[in-house]
Design a binder for this molecule. Structure first.
Ligand SMILES: NC(=O)C1=CN([C@@H]2O[C@H](COP(=O)(O)OP(=O)(O)OC[C@H]3O[C@@H](n4cnc5c(N)ncnc54)[C@H](OP(=O)(O)O)[C@@H]3O)[C@@H](O)[C@H]2O)C=CC1
Ligand SMILES: O=C(O)C1=N[C@H](C(=O)O)C[C@H](O)C1
Length: 234
């Protein structure tokens, strides 16, 4: 499969290694100002920056190239990307986190939220820790975790910061520490105890492998999908 890497930074380079090891060819490596012909690729994988993800995705969909996006911090335009994908009968997957482990963790988080939903003595909060080069906060993964809690409890939204006076908001603390690939914790605190679930990425290989698996999976499909579809998690 001929792959376009839209974003050739930390993730683009990690994806390249895994894609080549699985027998694929990288035909485009695009950074900020590079002009490319996306039609050279069978599939595109976008791990770029918040300001460029949407234009990269629309370029793919307008040219009938299925696209996987892992870029975070651009979701104000997600619905427009979905609409364009449907209009063009294209293929599109966005995931805030492509690793198998985090996608299992997302399901665990939803199950736990369901179990905690009637226990009013517990307060839910979250923390995400990433490297200091990260542009967005909170992380896309933390937002997905918060959405999982909101779907299953009376919580209505999330706020960035360690405290909220809003009973219906989930506080998310974002910490930046050199070289941390990504650590996410969800806590339920009561006066008597704490329940904690935590996912720690040891490196970027899991994100990259998930993105390549998603690209292989979408090649012969049209529609808007999630990593849950790719991994067949029920
Ligand atoms: N969903 C997931 O599983 C994961 C998501 N991410 C997300 O992926 C994104 C990238 O992360 P990471 O690789 O660490 O970041 P990097 O900063 O290392 O890489 C981003 C790259 O995008 C390039 N870029 C800038 N503008 C454009 C453009 N218009 N088109 C294509 N590329 C462009 C930058 O080039 P230049 O240097 O020239 O500006 C840079 O090389 C982030 O949003 C991050 O949050 C990260 C890990 C996992
Ligand atoms: O920027 C990163 O590095 C990461 N970003 C994603 C996010 O915002 O959740 C996924 C992963 O945690 C690494």
């Amino acid at each position: 499969m001929k792959i376009a890497l839209l974003g050739y930074g930390r993730m683009g380079k990690e994806i390249e290694k895994i894609a080549i090891s699985r027998g694929h060819e990288i035909v485009i490596r695009k950074d900020a100002n590079d002009v490319i012909d996306i039609t050279l690729a069978d599939v595109a994988i976008d791990f770029s920056i918040p300001n460029s993800a949407f234009s990269n995705i629309t370029n793919c969909l307008n040219n009938n190239v299925p696209v996987i996006s892992g870029t975070t911090g651009w979701l104000e335009n997600y619905d427009k990307a979905v609409a364009l994908c449907k209009e063009k009968n294209g293929g599109f997957i966005y995931a805030s986190n492509f690793s198998v482990g985090v996608n299992i963790f997302f399901e665990l988080n939803k199950q736990l939220a369901k179990m905690m939903s009637t226990l009013k003595e517990y307060n839910v909060s979250m923390e995400e820790i990433h490297h200091t080069k990260k542009l967005d906060a909170p992380s896309g993964t933390a937002i997905t975790l918060a959405e999982g809690v909101i779907e299953n409890t009376s919580k209505k939204d999330w706020v960035l910061g360690d405290e909220t006076s809003e009973e219906n908001s989930i506080p998310i603390v974002a910490k930046r520490i050199p070289d941390v690939p990504g650590t996410h914790s969800v806590w339920y605190n009561s006066e008597v105890d704490t329940i904690e679930i935590k996912h720690t990425a040891h490196n970027r290989k899991g994100f990259a492998l998930g993105a390549v698996i998603a690209a292989e999976w979408i090649l012969d499909k049209t529609g808007v999908f999630s990593m849950k579809d790719v991994l067949n998690i029920s």
